[in-house]
Design a protein around this ligand. Structure first.
Ligand code: NDP
Ligand code: MG
Length: 393
């Protein structure tokens, strides 16, 4: 097969690093054409030395300048503007775009990749959550292959017949979305009151970026994933059951109407769904720790607790509110998580801020992308005000 050209959005992050590992494991199948990050010059310089991409975008202008000086000896173009970013994802040498920028910032380049007809490897769930209707319409219009990288959605994709992957589901009763429950799964509200960012970021099974680690601890990650599943597979929240499964070995399941339940299992290692997406419909030998069932010995399941973890309920409410409500919830959460990481609000306040901002924000119809960007901006301003005035308590 011809080597596939990869454009890696979020190259310096956790998913970016795992993606580079898959590229390095299969130099005959993949080559890095371009890479994007925000400001991590050291890491991007190391990526340029090792993988020799043609072009790099650092969205922070100072970082772009520093990087350009640092790697002046390499034939790599360094740019910084949003237009440069659109241009590199759309370049003809690019076959696949890994969308792994953190948060709403990933929406614009991911849409540019869709419009350019690239294979989309979607890790950046926030872009689908916020602009789902338009996002899926663009995917259909440009007939692009959209492969979910989020481990749960990748597991569901793998548990569907090939004819139904990326189509409306037939003979499916429910999607069973598994959740580790995060580091505070068994903690009381009183215990969660004073947790630190360090405690929230120490995920029991997965090593991830800070924002998604906090989201996992607050179950907002599962809330975003619930909405992500609805957009990807054409279902509604009633057709998705969240199943808390602390070992994170079953990555999700599909329950069929004949009583069969198909699950995808494996060690919690993002390189597995990443390699699956990059090589689909083939599989490729990937160097990851093999699943040792005797060592795992047992798998546990429990229902999620919506009282201790209200974010999951808010996500479902935002889906049914429809329109811009999902962009509002996502933006509120991005601001609240950043405030928590900066120790401005407590852990339990994240969900309170989210709920307050949802309450205060009008819901508009999403028939144009500008509406999504406006809702995002409005919700960020609203969240900042709610936090500053402490009006969420
Ligand atoms: P990290 O925080 O580790 O990495 C984020 C990446 O995005 C970095 O490369 C960062 O660059 C870049 N970035 C941040 N803001 C911008 C911006 N404005 N413009 C351009 N680049 C930007 O996050 P993760 O890798 O953990 O997560 C990335 C995405 O994948 C998220 O949407 C997350 O929800 C999703 N995901 C992650 C999983 C995981 O296991 N980590 C699992 C499933 C989904 P810099 O380093 O320069 O700041
Ligand atoms: Mg996930």
């Amino acid at each position: 097969a011809v080597s596939q050209g990869i454009c890696l959005l979020g190259a310096t992050g956790s998913i970016g690093t795992s993606t580079l590992d898959i590229i390095a494991q299969h130099p005959d199948r993949f080559h890095l054409v371009s890479a994007v990050a925000h400001s991590n010059v050291d890491k991007m310089a190391a990526i340029c030395e090792r993988f020799a991409p043609r072009s790099v975008v650092m969205t922070d202008a100072d970082a772009a300048e520093q990087l350009a000086q640092r790697i002046a000896h390499l034939p790599v173009t360094v740019a910084s503007s949003a237009d440069d970013l659109d241009a590199i994802v759309s370049a003809p040498e690019v076959d696949q775009v890994m969308a792994a920028i953190m948060g709403f910032a990933g929406l614009r380049p991911t849409l540019a990749a869709i419009r350019a007809g690239k294979r989309i490897l979607l890790a950046n769930k926030e872009s689908l959550v916020t602009a789902g209707k338009l996002f899926m319409a663009e995917v259909a219009k440009h007939e692009v292959l959209l492969l979910p990288i989020d481990s749960e959605h990748n597991a569901i994709y793998q548990s569907l017949p090939q004819s139904q992957q990326g189509a409306m589901l037939k003979d499916v009763d429910k999607l069973l979305l598994t959740a580790s429950g995060g580091p505070f799964r068994t903690w009381s509200m009183a215990q969660m009151q004073d947790v630190t960012p360090e405690q929230a970021c120490a995920h029991p099974n997965w090593s991830m970026g800070q924002k998604i680690s906090v989201d996992s601890a607050s179950l907002m990650n599962k809330g975003l994933e619930l909405i992500e599943a609805c957009w990807l597979f054409g279902v509604t929240p009633e057709q998705v059951d969240v199943v808390v499964h602390p070992q994170s070995i079953i990555h999700s399941m599909v329950s069929y109407n004949d009583g069969s339940v198909i699950a995808q299992m494996g060690n919690p290692d993002m390189r597995v769904p990443i390699a699956y997406g990059m090589t689909w419909p083939e599989r490729v030998t990937t160097q990851v720790a093999p699943l040792n069932l005797f060592q795992i010995a047992r798998l546990d399941f429990e229902a999620p607790d919506l009282t201790r973890f209200p974010n999951l309920r808010l996500a479902s409410e935002a889906w049914y509110a429809g329109g811009t409500a999902m962009a509002t919830l996502n933006a509120a959460n991005e601001v609240a998580v950043a405030a928590f990481l900066q120790r401005q609000i407590g852990f339990l306040d994240i969900a309170k801020v989210n709920e307050k901002v949802l309450e205060l924000s009008p819901v508009g119809q999403v028939n144009d992308l500008s509406v999504v960007f406006a809702a995002d901006e409005q919700a960020r301003t609203c969240a900042a005000e709610v936090i500053a005035s402490r009006s969420y308590t």
